[in-house]
Write a protein that binds this ligand. Structure first.
Ligand code: BTN
Length: 246
């Protein structure tokens, strides 16, 4: 993976460029990397703050031959790949908050955004966007995210070379992706669960269609979060923001 790299100083969003490239038929493993994004996108129609040369703003194009309902598994796989790469390069111990936030000391260091190109049940391309805060100091973050965002520099007290981290991520991703294509999601799910913090806890899930409270009892084989409400009903959560209750 990552054999064809499109590198830019500044773009609107690497996701948009990757979408266009995928439409043109570029091959699996193509990556788009930028030093700066002026219109970085986050989940749930949010923006992603992507200042110049301080983080990794990257999109990866995949063309897996899997049914459309299995694509959330790739988001979980990506989270595992990034956690492993960060552990290896920094010695820090990041954790995953479902579905795809990576936190260190309770603050977000990585966000993942998965977008699809599909027709009926056929997946043409999966575009996985990764935003990793690497060398920012606290003052770099805008006020509204200062309390909830962190970077590898803030957590470790040293600067990191972005290219080295990208290399490590692609290596761990490739290892997990090969295993996924060969053995399916089971082994990836076990790894994901070993890094997850939101399981077996009382949570509040804010979805686009309302708020659900209950105990996060696990993820199913498609990567969907299962939440048991007080009434004992098990709800399937496909997309939400999760808050862990104290
Ligand atoms: C989130 O946590 O909301 C997901 C954030 C994803 C950000 C990355 S940065 C590279 C890629 N390009 C974008 O515009 N977004 C993703």
């Amino acid at each position: 993976l990552g054999h064809d790299i499109y590198y830019y100083d500044q773009v609107d969003s690497t996701q948009t460029i990757a979408q266009e490239l995928a439409n043109k038929g570029v091959k699996e493993g193509t990556i788009v990397v930028a030093d700066e994004q002026t219109g970085g996108r986050g989940r749930m129609a949010r923006t992603w703050y992507s200042p110049k040369e301080t983080g990794i703003w990257m999109s990866l194009i995949l063309r897996p031959n899997i049914p459309i309902q299995h694509t959330p598994q790739l988001t979980l796989l990506t989270a595992v790949a990034i956690v492993q790469a960060i552990e290896e390069i920094s010695g820090l111990s990041p954790v995953i908050k479902w579905p795809n936030d990576i936190l260190i000391n309770g603050k977000k260091v990585v966000g993942i955004l998965t977008e699809l190109q599909a027709e009926a049940d056929r997946v043409h391309a999966v575009i996985i966007g990764m935003g990793i805060n690497v060398n920012q100091n606290q003052d770099h973050f805008p006020d509204h995210i200062k309390e909830i965002a962190t970077s590898l520099y803030i957590e470790k007290g040293k600067y990191f070379t972005r290219a080295e981290i990208i290399q490590k991520i692609l290596l761990s991703f490739e290892r997990l992706y090969d295993q996924f294509l060969k053995d399916g999601f089971k082994p990836i799910k076990l790894l994901w669960e070993s890094y997850a913090i939101s399981l077996k806890q009382m949570i509040t899930a804010r979805t686009l269609s309302g708020t659900i409270r209950g105990k996060a009892i696990g993820i199913n084989d498609e990567g969907v979060l299962l939440v048991q409400t007080e009434e004992g009903e098990v709800k399937h959560i496909y997309s939400a923001d999760i808050e862990i209750s104290k």
